[in-house]
Design a protein around this ligand. Sequence first.
Ligand code: SAM
Length: 302
Amino acid sequence: MSLNLDRELATEIHQEKKLSLDGLKTTIATPSVTRHIMKAFNLRASKRLGQNFLVDANIVRGIVEAVGAKPGDRILEIGPGIGTLTQGLAESGAEVTAVELDKKLPAVLAETLAGYNNVRIVPGDILKVNIPEIMGDGPFKVAANLPYYITTPILMALLEKHLPMSILVTMVQKEVALRMIAKPGGKAYGALSVAVQYYTKPHIAFDVPPRSFIPAPEVDSVVIVCDVREKPAVEVQDEKMFFKVVKAAFGQRRKTIANAMKGAGFSRDTIEAAFAKSEIDSNRRGETFNLKEFAALADAIG
Ligand code: SAM
């Protein structure tokens, strides 16, 4: 890192043994270095942009390990912030492309990550950038400490596009992670569970306490690993119809699936024919359906 740390801070960091081995690249993931960078660039964490910066090098290491980052990998990072996780990913030797929405941060990242020539910062909104264009051909991995205000839209956008991703490792609110891995029948099971499990095999890697961030979020966090499936978990004739049925089922989850579908605009004839064909009980609630049953119902409509 090319920032000139003042003498006092440098001594403090050195005593904490947080200086990386070559003594040149200061680890960003500590409270003192993060505060120093924020002060030096006159930065305030923006609540609106979901900015909670990681200040725990063990968590960064855990994410890098979960990604399995290594030389030759191409990694897309969403929201690099001041470069904390980016640095860990870059240290692995992988090529990192990081998309950051906050217009102030590319100039900061140019300094904090000056020592790495395997990092490329792309200013922009991850929901708007053309990912195939910035990532080019071939498989890539995704790593992120996601902004919590748009976790679900980001996950859905990444998954629905059938990008050549092999793995998605992200920090999310614990409550969202529990929805991502939920099985039929429980309260946490919903459209997000179906979508994540249709495209990937998710598991929670580890918990992350609020004190691992500056500022500390008001919620508990976890790192979730989603291994992207080569083929979706169930075969469907029409993916759009599959997700239309899933959305309808959870749009009015207290209703029977047939009534929920009616509420979502499916005609009475379509619904009756689909249940007759699929031999599924139309009085069940959507939240009891597994992926296979949603697929059978959608195919019966298609
Ligand atoms: N990766 C850093 C870390 O771990 O300390 C920062 C994580 S912070 C939780 C989320 C980051 O995502 C912030 O830097 C924020 O500015 C950025 N961000 C928010 N919305 C975004 C969007 N739509 N596209 C790209 N980045 C976004």
